[in-house]
Design a protein around this ligand. Sequence first.
Ligand code: C2E
Ligand code: CA
Ligand code: CA
Length: 858
Amino acid sequence: MIQPDNGKTAGKAYGGWRWFRQCHATKGWRALIVVLAFASQASATNPWPDHQWLTQPQAAVLAAPEKQLEDVQAVLFLSARSDPPMVSRQALWLRYDLDLQGEPGVPQTFILTNENVILAEFTLYLLDDRGRLISSHPLGMNQPGLAQKRPAARYQDRIQVPGPGEYHLVLRLFSSTPLAPALLVSPEVEQEYLNQNRIATDWVMLVLTLAMFAFNAVLLYGRADAAYRWFMVFHVLIVFYFSALTGFGHLFMPLSVVQFLSTHIMAMNFLLIFLIFSFAIPFLGKGADQGLLFRLPLVRALQGVNLAFALLSLVVPDVYLFIPLVLMQLVTFGPVLYISAQQIQRGYGPAAFLLGSIAVQILGGAIGTATYSGQLPVSWFTLNAFFASTVVELLLMSFAVTSRMRYLEARQKQLLLQDPETGLPSRAYFSKVLSPNWAKLSAQMSEPVVVLIEIDGIRSMIRLLGPTVAHRLWMQATERWNQFLLSQQGVMPLAGYEADANGSRQPRAAMVLWSRSSFMTVFDAADLTDLDATMAPMRTLVLEEDDHRFEVCSRMAAYAVTDMTESLDELLRKLNVALITAERENRYIHYYSDQQNDFFIRQNELNRTLPQAIQRDQMRCHVQPIIDLGSGVVVGGELLLRWQHPTLGNVSPGEFIPLAEQTHGISSLTREVLRVAARWLSAHPDEAVSISVNLSVLDLVTRVDDQDLAMRIAATGVDATRLKVEVTESVLMENPDACMAMLDQLRQLGCQISIDDFGTGYSSLAYLSRIRPNEIKIDRDFISKLETSVVDRDIVAAIVRLARSMGAIVVAEGVELETTLTLCRDLGCDRVQGYLIARPMPLPEFSAWLAAHSPMVS
Ligand code: C2E
Ligand code: CA
Ligand code: CA
């Protein structure tokens, strides 16, 4: 029932609105208030009692589109009310019965406004109670002179009735898109005010969509990313879509364009699906790396179908496209929602916004479609639900892209902090996260213990197995270690590694990679009873690769932190020292102590100064005589290096020779010794004395300045027949074939070969017989124990027999006592060397010594 405004009822019902009109609000403010009113009254059944939507027809009839009013007047008085179909190729006729109250004889005027602006044909017939036509009003796109009308007054007309009574409004709709009328009936006095609101609403919609577009354009400016590009295109389409659907396009486009778009809403629907999908695929794909449901060709196919339907809908009536539209929505949005949910579970947060935005869009679209197709009663809320949901959708999408940017940035940062292959915290994590926060982190623990663990033998693994297999073994070993540490009590959690990619709250890293082969972890000793026992099972890891089993040993250094102000870098430096000590002393776990530090500092100093030692004339050669036991004649001397260090004093070769071997400085030392030997020998051509020099394995196997050792010796001009080279057993066994070849060359040169420190290594007898040494030097260890140990006596006797069988002479080293000398002679040694005869002496003294001590023992 429609109440005309006769001025009496106005006071109460219009109170709010009158105030609204009277407050001379600017257009913008009104617009805002309209939006707020819209929002606040969305749920009210009838917000404006004076404006009424025609919602419940008394009768509905479908007829051929050609049929005009006369043909259907017969059915006007049908009492049956059938629900109008969603869409139809026929024209829909609807009848509304009006019972108008009022003062008899006083004509009443109403304003009719059609809010469903996309209706191609929409005509309204006013009939009296006997079915006689009073007036007819085309109110769709068929309204004459539409373009000339004020935009606010478009799709609007007035009806006049002579007085109260029964009337009929018959609506004829024809459009291949939605069929429901959205017809607002309002008292005449409200027209101006209503139209102002319509314009204000249009502006709000336009400004809102453009502002959001501008905001996102600025936000995404310069980001060349498929997801963001599609988002902007989607945005543009939304502006045009709603300018046609709700009609605000008239604010900036000619009516003909708006109407063209209106009649092709369906094409735009397919385009919207296409664009959301185009956006969603890269958006969801880039965020996390795995498990995309769609393979690319399938996506392409779907997108092709969407575009094909968009084109098709330019020619095919919309009626036939409703089912395809719903299907396409299902096959595109369904997977997008599914993948979104999956990605959220995997910890890709931004997908939640996308999921939300699509959900909101589906809800709003459903309400809008149901309203425009007559399934839901028409109201401001239902009419604008689609637009409102799109605004929310765009907002959520903006959140989605910004949170994705943040996510990617965070991931980028995270990636910089982790080892690309194992995903474990890297050295960068150590220096950027752990180290700066160390004071805070260690304070949270009661007894922090920092542990540095080294996987042993990576280098020899690479040498033996090649880099690829060695690397895989290393990966396996670190992974095993990480899992082991994660399962231990008291391991410090690492910030940023609390959750794994599946979103579970399990921490996924307990250690920080410190170098290629070592990593660190931190324990709270309060939660750990016995570190040694805890770590014991990890001492040797059995790994499998290509069906082969490998054993990988580890060693570790631990440091119980007492001074919380000490930096983590300093702690790690100390642990490194402890680790080197552990390696030197062949221990599994080693606790750091300050003595180790002193040792380390000394080593560093030696390492630093060793390269210049020769130039600075700090190296001297001493010589220790070797005498023949039978004749007592001095038969030779062994050159032994002495380093006179400027600050550390005398440094023993036992200390600096291994360093020189590690740093490849050994060849220049050997060259120096060879030169000294050459000089001495050429200065004493008459002496029947040979000079022994010590060689390291590097001397034998490396070329220096493209010269091998034989060439280098020849270059010194030394009398090779008086030169004896001493090679230790263990050195020979490191690389037997190469050493053997070089020794053969040296022999050809005329050099004599001596096996040094015999008995300490594990030489194979097979190799020994191939070397055919001229001399075997029995290690000091055996000689010094001859008096006390029967076993050592037996060993020496055996060595003597072995040497004899190979035709080598035997030298006993380190003879300090007369009794030892006697024993050596009894056991069959040929020569002796040791403090008893002489300590190593400076070379210039040797000549004098020779003269004075010849022959010595008789
Ligand atoms: P080595 O070749 O076994 O040299 C013998 C070592 O035993 C020398 O120690 C010598 O001073 C010491 N020695 C000799 N007689 C006695 C004794 O009666 N009692 C005791 N306790 N020791 C005795 P040094 O000079 O400290 O050299 C240590 C090691 O350094 C050498 O062991 C040798 O392997 C290495 N070395 C020395 N000079 C050179 C060099 O020019 N080149 C290379 N590659 N190694 C060298
Ligand atoms: Ca020696
Ligand atoms: Ca020796």
